[in-house]
Design a binder for this molecule. Structure first.
Ligand code: MN
Length: 429
């Protein structure tokens, strides 16, 4: 079957132009001005922006954590993803300590296979490093894994500095890199003990025990380790100026460092933790929301192309699940939904506010993750031969984010009431 998207403005990473797009059997057959209609089903998209499908390189669906399981599994999570223009998600398959990478990958395939409404892949989280696991890295690469994940915090996940050094050095042999969650676990734990001893136990305590300094310290340490290993690395969910400066310094030394941020760090600040438990607990994520000044630094870094991707870290818990931490703020499951709202938020508050260009939005949401995670040019671009993963966005239509319109298995929306200018009208997979 042929379909012709006629009269739209096609956005790709290096340019924007009025072009028609011909799709045949799920593949882009031709892109160009005034393509003949012939035997194709014609969809008029004049006045609309046509993006390559968005790729979210950071989601957690069906994740068991903090004695519960995320509200969204691969079924509801990917339904929400595709409704928001995300045609591919990359989740995290995780090794259990003492177990193999292969079993971790198998487990995540069991949770995802046959349930997803969009394309999907996994980063492989290495949580336990030894010579057997070192040998398994090649098996993972052979199985299609192109990137890995490491944690500097969370006891169930974290590896020590020596393992971190050996792992990123090993990954480089396969042209792979790891995304790393950077926070100083020991000092955060000490600050949690201090806070509890002082009876400080509300959601508003969360950002105090996980300050930006302890993120930046871990980023600095990672930069030094990666420098010694002479290997590239990515800082996932970069939240603040202090961390970003550490990344810049490492780049000045000639290191290859990638950086990811998320809409919540660009558009929300730590005042969200004030107020009632129910309200504050919605925003318990790690690293926490920061200050308005940090948002401005991150936006400028996006405009200067010093941050490469915007992902979501989608990790959703219902209000009842958040209430598991009613009497102990450290037991509030950490994470918030986001996979559905990334595209329209970044369009409205990035492109719409003149902070980034249309082409930069395309690179941040599509092209760069496609390149970094090994699916370009099959994905991340609208060109002949690429997958017909396409987002049709009406730049004139307005909307307001509200929980009842969303496709998550969720009873709240972190961005409830946020106005949008730019609505996703059609998504092709
Ligand atoms: Mn995450």
């Amino acid at each position: 079957m042929k379909r012709l998207l006629k009269g739209g403005v096609v956005v790709i990473g290096n340019g924007t132009a009025k072009q028609d797009v011909l799709i045949e059997n799920g593949i882009i057959a031709e892109v160009g001005p005034d393509l003949p209609e012939e035997d194709a089903e014609v969809t008029n998209v004049s006045g609309k922006l046509i993006f390559p499908g968005f790729i979210d390189g950071h989601t957690h669906f069906d994740l068991a954590v903090a004695g519960t399981v995320t509200a969204d599994d691969f079924e509801t999570g990917t339904k929400a993803a595709i409704a928001g223009g995300t045609t591919m998600i990359i989740d995290f398959a995780s090794q259990d300590k003492g177990d193999t990478l292969a079993n971790g990958l198998k487990h995540w395939h069991e949770m995802a296979d046959g349930k997803c409404s969009c394309d999907y892949s996994f980063h492989m989280s290495i949580t336990d490093w030894n010579e057997d696991v070192r040998r398994e890295v090649k098996d993972m690469v052979d199985a299609g894994i192109t990137s890995f994940k490491l944690y500097m915090t969370y006891p169930a996940m974290m590896v020590d500095d020596g393992a971190m050094y050996e792992i990123i050095k090993e990954l480089k042999k396969y042209d792979c890199f790891a995304g790393v969650h950077c926070e100083n676990a020991d000092i955060i734990n000490a600050k949690i003990r201090e806070a509890k001893a002082a009876g400080d136990n509300k959601p508003s305590t969360h950002p105090k025990v996980r300050p930006d300094t302890m993120e930046a310290e871990a980023v600095h340490r990672l930069m030094v380790i990666a420098g010694e290993a002479k290997a590239p690395v990515m800082v996932v969910h970069t939240t603040c100026e202090k961390s970003f400066r550490e990344i810049q310094r490492a780049r000045e030394q000639g290191q290859t460092v990638y950086s990811e941020t998320c809409p919540q760090y660009l558009l929300m600040d730590d005042s969200r933790y004030e107020g009632t438990f129910e309200e504050g607990s919605k925003y318990i994520i790690a690293p926490p929301l920061r200050k308005k000044a940090d948002q401005e630094v991150l936006w400028k870094a996006l405009a200067d192309e010093e941050i490469q991707t915007i992902a979501t870290d989608h990790c959703s818990f219902s209000k009842a699940q958040k209430a598991l931490g009613k009497d102990d703020f450290t037991k509030i499951p950490g994470g918030m939904p986001g996979v559905e709202t990334r595209g329209t938020l970044i369009y409205t508050y990035g492109v719409g506010k003149g902070r980034i260009s249309l082409e930069q939005m395309c690179r941040l949401l599509s092209e760069n993750p496609a390149k970094l995670y090994g699916v370009y040019p099959r994905k991340g671009v609208i060109r002949q031969g690429s997958d017909a993963d396409i987002v049709v966005l009406d730049p004139c239509k307005e909307d307001v984010i509200t929980v009842s319109k969303q496709h998550y298995n969720m009873d709240y929306a972190p961005f409830e009431g946020t106005k949008l200018k730019g609505v996703i009208e059609q998504v092709y997979l």
